[in-house]
Design a protein around this ligand. Sequence first.
Ligand code: ATP
Length: 396
Amino acid sequence: MSSVRFDAVDVVFEDGHRALDAVILHIADGEIIALVGPSGSGKTTLLRSLAGFTAPSRGRISIDEQVVSSSEHSTAVEHRGLGMVFQQHALWPHMKVGENIGYPLRLAGIRGGDRRRRVEEALEMVGLAGMAGRRPDQLSGGQRQRVALARAIIHEPRVLLLDEALSALDEPLRASLRAQLQSMSRRLGLTVLHVTHDRSEALAVADRIVVLDQGRIQQIGCPDELMERPATGFVAQFLQDAALLHGELRAEGFRCAEMKLQVPRESISQPQDDGSAADSGGSRAGVLAVAPHHVILSPAEGDDAQGAEAEVVSSLYGRHAHDVEVSWAGRRLRGETVGWRPAPGERVRAEVNGGVFFSGGDLDEQTQGDHDQAPEDPQGDGESVQVPLGHTGGSQ
Ligand SMILES: Nc1ncnc2c1ncn2[C@@H]1O[C@H](COP(=O)(O)OP(=O)(O)OP(=O)(O)O)[C@@H](O)[C@H]1O
């Protein structure tokens, strides 16, 4: 329904913490944007500053070219024309479902049959037709969340803001609501800003994904772009659980001396290609981001066993491919196996058949987050490992 612009927005809290740092983000009318990043990266702050709950310290936020937030001016929350859904569905327990959903219309002075008709339409839109007379405590968690969604869209918001709106739901309900959300947003032409911890959800529903880290935008792009051309090692690690290997890129390929690893040049992509010294016979130091699909594992004793020896650390079942973590020359790498699932402790052969190279990459010790002796990521989702790579994208 509307376009949104963040122009060089900083948010610095009273204690001096900079939660948003020079954020530039232009969202087109009708676009679905997912906002992802590690805990504390500024996702909720970005959403709250668009909603009007948090004021920028610098820069401007506009909806449809109208400035709603700047350091001098702030449009009241209720006059921004936004719909919001949060993780915990905040329904009024004493009101029936229909009254909950119709409340924004009541405030706007829309009465009687017109209001009832629009409530029924909104209920139908979220798959709850005929439930207007129920009380919230007679609904399941997923149904309550859909009521919250219906209430957020009933007054045709300019922008729909979702903060972990599906996170409290279990699969497969979450998957079906995800699909419903996407098709409903398309049908209504809604502009959506969706904050989520769930990387696969972001890739599934969004037109473009914004990756935030420490208040700065690392990359903005459609799912294919982010997966195939991550702008930084951080993005590759965060979205794909890529391992970051230090080494040198030469004409013949990437070499990581520490792991005695050689990856052929033709299977390496370079987002920052700058007339490569390596192509002209020189070499460049940097980092190879190796995603799980680049790590080829095979049984140690097989006829066609190749590569280096590695030990299986964990082995998780996957519907399409099993998720196998190995310890290889003191490093932890995640790989995938199909039709064969090795057990923890088993010796396997490991090879790397590709990756994305980032030259320079002033990495500090935290990059070694997937080192054997480093503290492990407690959630196993890569989100608590922070990698400050020199290059920051911030591209549009
Ligand atoms: N009112 C505040 N005063 C000071 N610091 C704050 C305040 N609100 C948030 N922060 C800090 O700002 C940073 C960004 O917080 P924010 O809630 O936006 O992160 P997030 O990416 O949404 O995190 P999560 O995924 O854990 O919800 C965090 O370091 C947080 O501690």
